[in-house]
Design a protein around this ligand. Structure first.
Ligand code: HEC
Length: 152
């Protein structure tokens, strides 16, 4: 019994030593594993703010006026918006890095015309959404879109 346990311990020690030797000897294999992990992470970077691709499509709007519209309609009561004083709302998603977003509200590809449509008429895209129709004119919606695309 004792002998058996002793021999299995020795066997285990031996196996560990062999394993360590194998691992030590396989730095090339480890480098390969690191490469795979890096590639996997790169594949996942999608909208990562560090690496994501920011786009600022033409909107026909003016970002400075858009900021004023956002302030006067108090979008910040529902959204956290960088660069807008008091915009710390948590009802809707934070509008950080908006120019890197692939989808608007998870529904529409993030293009200028879709963004204009969303801010003017969110319920026509998503009938049950908590975001209300605020009555923005076409120009106001374009200005808001221009501002949102400055968030990169
Ligand atoms: C009463 C709260 C409320 C107000 C006010 C509001 N929103 Fe929203 N907003 C929401 C909610 C909730 C969503 C999420 C909609 C969804 O995904 O269904 C949203 C989504 C959005 C999105 C898409 C966000 C994303 O992550 O894709 C944008 C852009 C947006 N709002 C802009 C605005 C702008 C600009 C204003 C002001 C003109 C505004 N919102 C006012 C609640 C609000």
């Amino acid at each position: 019994m004792t002998l058996q346990r002793g021999s299995s311990d020795a066997c285990r020690r031996h196996a560990v030593t062999r394993y360590c030797q194998r691992v030590r000897g396989s730095s090339r294999c480890a480098a390969g594993a690191v490469t795979v992990i890096v590639l996997l992470l790169a594949g996942c970077r999608g909208n990562n703010p560090e690496y994501g691709h920011a786009y600022a499509p033409p909107t026909g709007g003016d970002p400075a006026r858009g900021l004023a519209v956002i302030q006067s309609y108090d979008c910040g009561s529902c959204h956290t918006i960088p660069g807008v004083r008091g915009a710390h709302g948590l009802v809707g998603p934070p509008l950080l890095w908006f120019s890197r977003r692939t989808y608007i509200a998870g529904e529409l590809p993030n293009t200028a015309s879709n963004l204009v449509r969303w801010v003017q008429s969110p319920t026509s895209v998503e009938p049950g959404t908590a975001m209300p129709v605020l009555g923005l004119t076409d120009q106001q919606a374009r200005d808001v879109a221009a501002f949102l695309y400055t968030l990169r």
